[in-house]
Design a protein around this ligand. Structure first.
Ligand SMILES: [Mn+2]
Length: 295
């Protein structure tokens, strides 16, 4: 199936090129929020981020690089059969397979955190030594949530089953059950609270490997990012997330996503603007990196 058969295109992200064939990265909205355990609304995030991007400069002083120098395409939002969870996840995986199969970096905008699972499954088929980096307030390591194995609260547990816990790195975690923290400490590379310093300290472990990066916006403190389904106090400042995203240019990032922005709770628009700026900085960092492994 063609990507255009799976998506609906609307207004594009700032400076996106209308040229899929020559794009290095492809933005893709995954507006799924049906397993959100508390507050829904993340399905509205991809289009809200595109709208907010109009308020950004295309130049990044931190990276000294402009979006106009960056070949990326905005594929629009996936058409998902909401209410059909497995059908929705299958469609996400299908689209990621098309993009990555064309040698491009898929950059997905959630949606809830469960959208990361089919993306990682698809990427791990193409890149068997895939490493997953997660920036998040929550461990997302439950084995089930209310008896369901597929939930945004179980996303990273399922991902551990795909790539192996030793290939999963979790940064900024400050919330979860005691079982989740024990599982994290014994099965994954688990770094509670800290993000940028821990990321830098473990770079040698995966600098030669293909990396998938998943950023849950709730890793940032709710003072700066209130527009999310499950805000968790005691988080990092935006400067630490931007410092961490800049490090991506040293890695072989083959895919990434930013999830869990929920515009209905973002009355001032600051969370949406933060995510738009994170998209800009990530695009600039990862398209400057070396070609992905295997491409
Ligand atoms: Mn999460």
């Amino acid at each position: 199936m063609k990507l255009s058969d799976l998506c609906k295109r609307n207004r594009s992200f700032l400076e996106a090129r209308d040229d899929y064939d020559n794009a290095r990265a492809v933005l893709l909205g995954a507006p799924l929020d049906i397993t959100s355990s508390w507050r829904m609304g993340s399905r509205e995030a991809p289009q809200a981020v595109r709208d907010a991007s109009e308020g950004l400069e295309e130049y990044s002083p931190r990276l000294d690089r402009s979006l106009s120098d960056c070949a990326f395409y905005d594929a629009g939002d996936l058409l998902l059969p909401l209410g059909n969870l497995s059908g929705s996840l299958n469609r996400i995986g299908q689209a990621i397979r098309v993009i990555a199969g064309d040698g491009k970096v898929p950059f997905m905008l959630g949606g809830e955190h469960l959208v990361t699972l089919p993306a990682v499954q698809a990427m791990a088929e193409l890149f068997p030594s895939l490493v997953v980096l997660q920036f998040d307030a929550h461990a997302d390591l439950r084995d089930d949530y209310l008896g369901e194995g597929l939930s945004h609260a179980t996303a990273l547990r399922r991902i551990c089953e795909v790539v192996g816990g030793r290939s999963v790195y979790q940064f900024g975690i400050r919330s979860g059950t005691k079982d989740e923290f024990q599982y994290g400490h014994s099965h994954t590379n688990f770094f509670p609270f800290d993000v940028a310093g821990s990321l830098r300290s473990c770079l040698p472990g995966f600098v030669e490997r293909p990396v998938y990066v998943t950023v849950d916006i709730d890793v940032v403190d709710p003072a700066f990012a209130p527009g999310t389904g499950t805000p968790e106090p005691d988080g990092i400042q935006p400067s630490e997330i931007f410092e961490s995203l800049a490090i991506l240019k040293e890695l072989q990032v083959v895919g990434c996503d930013i999830v869990e922005l929920a515009p209905p709770y973002d009355t001032s628009g600051i969370t949406t603007m933060l995510v738009a700026k994170m998209v800009r900085e990530s695009l600039l960092a990862l398209t400057r990196a070396a070609s992905p492994v295997g491409s």
